[in-house]
Design a binder for this molecule. Structure first.
Ligand code: GRF
Length: 206
């Protein structure tokens, strides 16, 4: 059984979908901590309601301080974290955490990376840029996290067609529907030790 920490800044629909799949017995893991930089987020409210431990990173006062990093690492160690899932977490992870949990941190991004990824591409901004570009295909990427935004090794991508009448809002909804199926599937594979590394690339072997 893997101990999972979810990092989320917003509504947390991906967090909820992973939690739902755990409750249904589909994922052999336990969410032991929800980390957020936003104490008013839907993710925090959901965690509290479901008796999941929370840790709030105060971005205004401490975002870059060593102390916060240490405090977070201490928290993660205390609950014996095996896997960190970023689910709409808008801050860059401290490099110390990336080093300590290398190849054990996942992120989900609402486009086909490397397109429409990197600093500044988050939330609706991604979908607005996709629609603006006129491209006919977007999608979902799940990747391991490294020291930069949206740049770690890709585990899986799934395409979503961008139809002519799509607004950023419609596209976001279509993409979230795919995310809610794909993220639990990859978390499940990780928890069952089914993600392997070959030639420096992650491969899922079912
Ligand atoms: C998702 O679109 C995810 O790909 C991106 O942020 C959004 C988070 O949505 N990283 P939610 O908070 O899980 O609803």
């Amino acid at each position: 059984m893997k101990n999972i920490a979810i990092f989320a800044s917003g509504g947390g629909s991906n967090f909820k979908s992973i939690h739902r799949n755990i409750k249904l017995g589909k994922i052999f893991g336990k969410i032991v901590l929800l980390v957020s930089n936003n104490s008013n987020s839907g993710a925090i409210k959901y965690a509290k309601k479901n008796n999941i431990g929370t840790f709030i990173m105060d971005i205004v006062k401490h975002s870059k301080s060593e102390i916060d990093e240490e405090l977070l690492i201490e928290k993660l160690e205390l609950v014996n974290i095996d896997l960190i899932c970023l689910a709409g977490y808008l801050k860059l992870l401290p490099s110390k955490i990336v080093r300590k949990y290398r190849n054990c941190i996942l992120n989900i991004h609402p486009s086909l990376l490397p397109r429409f990824g990197g600093k500044g591409f988050f939330g609706m901004k991604v979908h607005e840029a996709v629609i603006e570009s006129g491209i006919k295909e977007s999608g979902v990427t799940i990747h391991f996290v490294d020291e930069k935004y949206d740049s770690g090794k890709i585990i899986i991508q799934e395409k979503v067609l961008v139809r002519n009448n799509y607004t950023p809002k419609i596209l976001s909804k279509k993409i979230l529907e795919v995310e809610h199926v794909l993220y639990p599937k990859i978390v499940k594979a990780f928890c069952e030790d089914k993600i392997f590394w070959e030639n420096n690339n992650p491969i899922i072997k079912y």
